[in-house]
Design a protein. Structure first.
Ligand SMILES: C[S@@+](CC[C@H](N)C(=O)[O-])C[C@H]1O[C@@H](n2cnc3c(N)ncnc32)[C@H](O)[C@@H]1O
Length: 258
């Protein structure tokens, strides 16, 4: 049987197992073992769901699962809604640590709820997302956004007062160390990174797949990072944890250049 052609995202192509991060149950070093092969990339499937929403259709259900695990609904409704109470507390804490009119980069901004909240509070925000529809939704939510890979070359190296990695986004690409290194590289010397951590205290890296009823995506890597693994993950990027807190069952941390 021939393998179907799969359009991989940059993160899918680039992923290598990260030293020191345990593999979750069902994890395989190969994106093929343990998975049904998908014929569509996760990015395409996600992007199409958001594009339909952008055109005025109700949000479709997109499922996500790890190999051998149960499917759960992707939180599209939450990402397309306004920032919630826990988000606002976290974003206000970040803002309190930054100068007035600070410049903030939202890595993996999705439909833009955090970017829009910060923009409304007087900060200069730029969302970054690999989904064109997410970028369009962010712009519609009144915040500028860039269609780019969060792990690739981004504008304003050393010029951003704040970097957001919210709602599990520290797991993008399956390599939190690399993402924190990227964030550190983008920050001003007095800047801060706002990171949301795994609420259940799990640190691992898994291959996930998306499904939308008819289709199954190719696997893509995604990590989870617990608070007790944060210092270690941040050490290579010369970031130090300045505070950690829980809010509405969620875990957040602020990091600053050492
Ligand atoms: C878990 S959603 C969170 C969205 C948003 N931060 C929120 O909380 O509402 C993750 C987002 O990251 C984006 N993403 C994943 N990998 C990415 C990458 N390598 N570069 C840019 N965006 C990426 C996805 O397209 C998606 O919009």
């Amino acid at each position: 049987m021939t393998r179907p052609a799969v359009a991989h995202t940059p993160a899918e192509r680039r992923w290598t197992p990260e030293p020191g991060i345990p593999r979750a149950a069902g994890h395989a070093d190969s994106p093929v073992a343990g998975h049904v092969l998908g014929t569509v990339s996760a990015l395409q499937l996600y992007d199409e769901a958001l594009a339909a929403h952008l055109s005025g259709l109700p949000l479709v259900e997109v499922l996500v699962w790890a190999a051998g695990g149960p499917p759960v609904a992707l939180a599209l409704h939450r990402w397309c809604a306004a920032a919630d109470a826990a988000d606002r507390v976290a974003l206000d804490r970040l803002r309190a640590a930054l100068p007035a009119h600070a410049r903030v980069l939202d890595l993996g901004c999705g439909p833009g709820r955090h970017a829009a909240y910060q923009q409304g509070a007087g900060l200069a925000v730029l969302g970054v997302d690999s989904s064109l529809a997410a970028v369009a939704l962010t712009r519609r939510a009144a915040a500028p956004a860039l269609h780019a890979d969060a792990l690739g070359r981004l504008p304003g190296r050393g010029a951003w007062d704040g970097v957001l990695l919210l709602d599990g986004n520290v797991g993008m690409g399956g390599n939190p160390r690399r993402l924190l290194l990227q964030a550190a590289d983008l920050l001003t010397p007095g800047g801060r990174v706002l990171v949301e951590l795994d609420p259940d205290g799990v640190t691992d890296c898994r291959w996930l797949q998306l499904g939308d009823g008819g289709r199954v995506s190719a696997p893509f890597p995604w990590a989870r990072l617990a608070v007790d693994a944060l210092e270690r993950a941040a050490a290579g990027s010369a970031l130090v944890v300045t505070c950690c807190w829980s809010e509405h069952g969620r875990r957040f941390a602020l990091l600053a250049p050492a």
